[in-house]
Design a protein around this ligand. Structure first.
Ligand SMILES: [Zn+2]
Length: 385
């Protein structure tokens, strides 16, 4: 057995912990670029705390999933304002944008030099500026990962900027920040969190440390997802979802993902569909096809047994079968009214191109079994309607 595990230098979790950001920031710098997701009002108390701590703040608004152009703009602003620290408060979009800006502000050249797939994929040579991540959704786990997903609208793709230097200096996960999230965002980001616990658990790169995080995260998400959607003010359910999301980030950053995220990359690049909603629409179909393919081609394999464990955790039934797991996920997707991928204007004629692009992604290579082009087409066709 050999594995590695890396994460943010420090993680602080708990209700009210957002108040600890300003004193910690004071130890890292004097001039902060504050990268703020929607709605911007949510960042106001933090900005007041930073100013009271004597930290000068410039802010950058992130209103959608980040593009290369937004990151260039942020780097320019950080340099003009001589920022020595970057703080993101928001969902995965704001955190990924801040993470990329912190990395590039201390690098020469331009974002495409370092981007995977469409760029030159050069390695970052210098450490990032100190970066603090404060998530306000429970979904991406980006506060503990080493990559930022950036969109290039002219290439119609999304690609990652990735480096061990990009692991945040501090992640502050305060479940109280998620109390005001609307039910539809809670549902799609929560199902992304669940996906990011299941995919690393059945991944070919799973290891005993990530397994521990996945199992605990799935247990918490299974009990809390519906409750957090039905009553957004339920702090106990919000706390479990925030923890599930964090644990998913720890697992995926060290064990990789699978076919859901393999499809999410090209879909998110080609269509204006939010990442969480895309993952939610794909998850039950990927589970079903993976379980069937494993049953036919690797009936005694470890991942099939792991899907049975997933089912037992999700349903709470000690005798549940692997199939009961995707039935549970399908049922919760119906209850939470997850829209099919077709509702984002994804036409059936794009299926062959999407299958081709998805099969080349790094996430697809972590899938527990190599799926055939026919199986990939089947997943996408079913997720569209
Ligand atoms: Zn995801």
């Amino acid at each position: 057995m050999r594995f590695e595990f890396a994460t943010a230098a420090r993680i602080v979790f708990g209700a009210g912990t957002v108040r600890e950001v300003a004193p910690a920031a004071r130890q890292m710098g004097e001039r902060a670029l504050l990268v703020v997701g929607l709605p911007p009002e949510r960042a106001a108390p933090l900005m007041a705390d930073l100013k009271a701590a004597g930290i000068a703040c410039s802010s950058l608004a992130v209103e959608a999933e980040p593009t290369l152009e937004l990151v260039r703009q942020g780097v320019r602003l950080a340099r003009e304002e001589r920022c020595d620290l970057v703080i993101s408060i928001g969902g995965g979009s704001a955190i990924d944008a801040g993470k990329a800006i912190a990395a590039l502000v201390s690098a020469s050249g331009e974002p495409l030099d370092y981007l995977e797939v469409i760029g030159k994929g050069r390695s970052l040579r210098a450490p990032s500026a100190p970066f603090i991540a404060v998530p306000t959704t429970s979904g991406t786990g980006s506060e503990v990962t080493r990559n930022a997903v950036l969109a290039s609208p002219e290439h119609r793709v999304k690609a990652s900027l990735r480096s061990p230097f990009m692991l945040p200096r501090l992640a502050v996960v305060d479940p109280e920040l998620t109390l005001g999230l609307p039910p539809a965002v809670t549902a799609s980001t929560g199902l992304d969190a669940l996906t990011q616990l299941i995919e690393p658990y059945v991944s070919i790169r799973a290891n005993p440390m990530t397994d521990t995080f996945s199992v605990e995260g799935m247990r918490r998400a299974a009990g809390a997802l519906l409750r957090a959607c039905l009553n957004g003010r339920d702090l106990e359910a919000r706390t479990d979802m925030a923890l599930a999301s964090l644990l998913g980030g720890l697992a995926l950053a060290n064990a990789g993902l699978g076919a859901v995220h393999g499809f999410a990359a090209p879909l998110g690049g080609m269509f204006a569909a939010p990442h969480g909603a895309v993952c939610a629409a794909l998850l039950p179909h990927v589970m079903e096809v993976n379980i069937r393919a494993l049953g036919a081609r690797a009936p005694h394999s470890q991942p099939l047994g792991r899907y049975q464990t997933v089912a037992r955790i999700l349903t709470g039934e000690p005798n549940a079968s692997a199939e009961d797991g995707f039935q549970w996920v399908s049922q919760i997707c119906r209850q939470l009214q997850i829209p099919p991928l077709g509702s984002y204007g994804i036409p059936g004629q794009d299926i062959p191109a999407l299958v081709e692009l998805a099969s080349q992604t790094s996430s697809m290579k972590g899938n527990p079994i190599a799926l055939t082009p026919d199986e990939l087409r089947e997943i996408l066709t079913r997720a569209l309607s």
